[in-house]
Write a protein that binds this ligand. Structure first.
Ligand code: GMT
Length: 377
């Protein structure tokens, strides 16, 4: 098939899922066209079946706010016409599904260009609930040819908060278990290493990671790697200094190859206020790194408490730190949970299991709009 994909190409779970999906689809023989304002971060040199079409937004003195949504719609229609796309798949509802709707209308005289919207989380739980965006978000979901959500939690949230009655298919986040895998050997070390990976937005509660490390170090020698970047990075660095932890926390910034770092870590800290799924936890689990995370949103659909990770309440630093200590001070338990985490990733969320769900949906959506076969009398 010929598939157009639009996403936020910068760091963030939805862009990562969209990019990895495009790579997997190309690997399976599909032609994939990314239509975005920058080259998606994990695309790398891509593959011969992947093309990238940049959306350029011209400015004009009259435009206090350059109309990205319109530039994107024009580019979608142009690429769909030139490359005969079968459908558009947009990730993150706002504004991508509205642009796809406009592109569908722009091409209506020639052919029907269906579009699928995948909901990722903050598009529904934060931004979409803002009164400014609520009506258009609801409208864009209703107008999509199909809608998917990355967890059961997100499906229920969208149905209840947006009063959406149309079906929303749950297709969980996925991980390539050949790329994300445990280190061949993990020599025992006196000082354990914790890792946090995020875009450092307030919803991630990154300051809790610093506080957790402070508590953990009262019992176990440990350090913390805070990978990623975003608004709460500065406050986290300042808190580390205030608590006398600067020597034990590193901030290496955004990582293009997190799969090289994760396998060498002992536990992941993901103390988020909300996660519709928790892709960072899944990637760590595939590398055999158990997550200590929060019982929110779709995370319990991924992590089974006490088996392949731990779930505690957001903000409960003491309980989260106690779980980390429990994990790091018992090698046998750590090994058991590490194997269980890898097993969960492989048996429930691997690309082999999840990508065919998207392919089936694409076929269904296209079949629903295929021209009826002409009948010869
Ligand atoms: O939360 C983020 O880091 C970014 C956000 C996004 O849309 O880019 O992530 C959301 O999508 C991810 C991929 O589907 C999910 O795994 C994350 O749980 C979700 N984040 C939230 O719900 C806060």
């Amino acid at each position: 098939m010929r598939i157009g994909i639009t996403c936020y190409p910068t760091y963030g779970g939805s862009g990562i899922v969209a990019t990895e999906l495009g790579l997997e689809l190309a690997h399976r023989g599909h032609e994939v066209h990314f239509i975005t304002y920058a080259n998606p971060i994990r695309l790398g040199s891509g593959s011969p079946r992947i093309r990238y079409h940049e959306v350029e937004v011209s400015t004009y003195p009259l435009f206090q706010y350059p109309p990205y949504c319109l530039a994107l719609a024009s580019r979608m229609a142009d690429v769909a016409r030139t490359y005969h796309l079968d459908l558009m798949h947009v990730h993150y509802a706002i504004p991508h599904s509205i642009s796809a709707l406009l592109a569908r209308q722009m091409l209506a005289a020639e052919r029907y260009l269906p579009f699928i919207t995948t909901l990722h989380g903050t598009d529904m739980t934060l931004v979409g609930l803002d009164p400014t965006y609520y009506p258009i978000t609801k409208f864009s979901i209703e107008q999509s040819d199909a809608v998917t959500g990355i967890s059961e939690y997100l499906r229920e949230h969208t149905a209840s908060y947006f009063g959406v009655t149309r079906p929303i298919q749950v297709i969980h986040n996925f991980v390539n278990c050949s790329i994300y895998r445990p280190a061949p050997e993990r020599p025992p070390r006196a000082e354990k290493v914790l890792v946090h990976v995020s875009n450092f937005r307030p919803v991630k509660r990154v300051l809790d990671c610093v506080r957790v490390l402070g508590e953990v170090r009262k019992h176990v020698p440990a350090r913390l790697v805070m990978a990623g970047d975003g608004p709460d990075r500065g406050p986290a660095e300042r808190l580390a200094a205030e608590l006398g932890l600067s020597d034990y926390i590193s901030f290496p910034g955004k990582q293009d190859h997190i799969e090289k770092l994760l396998p060498h870590m002992d536990a992941l800290l993901l103390p988020s206020e909300m996660e519709s799924f928790g892709l960072a936890a899944l990637e760590a689990m595939a590398c055999g790194v158990p997550p200590v995370t929060t019982r929110v949103g779709g995370v319990p659909e991924l992590v089974t408490h006490g088996v392949d990770g731990f779930l505690e309440a957001p903000g409960d630093v003491a309980s989260q730190a106690a779980r980390v200590v429990e994990l790091l001070s018992d090698d046998e338990k750590h090994q058991r949970m590490s194997s269980a985490a890898r097993h969960t990733a492989e048996t429930r969320f691997s690309t082999q299991l999840i990508i065919p769900k998207y392919e089936r949906l694409y076929e269904e959506v296209c079949a629903a709009h295929a021209a009826p076969a002409s009948v010869t009398v």
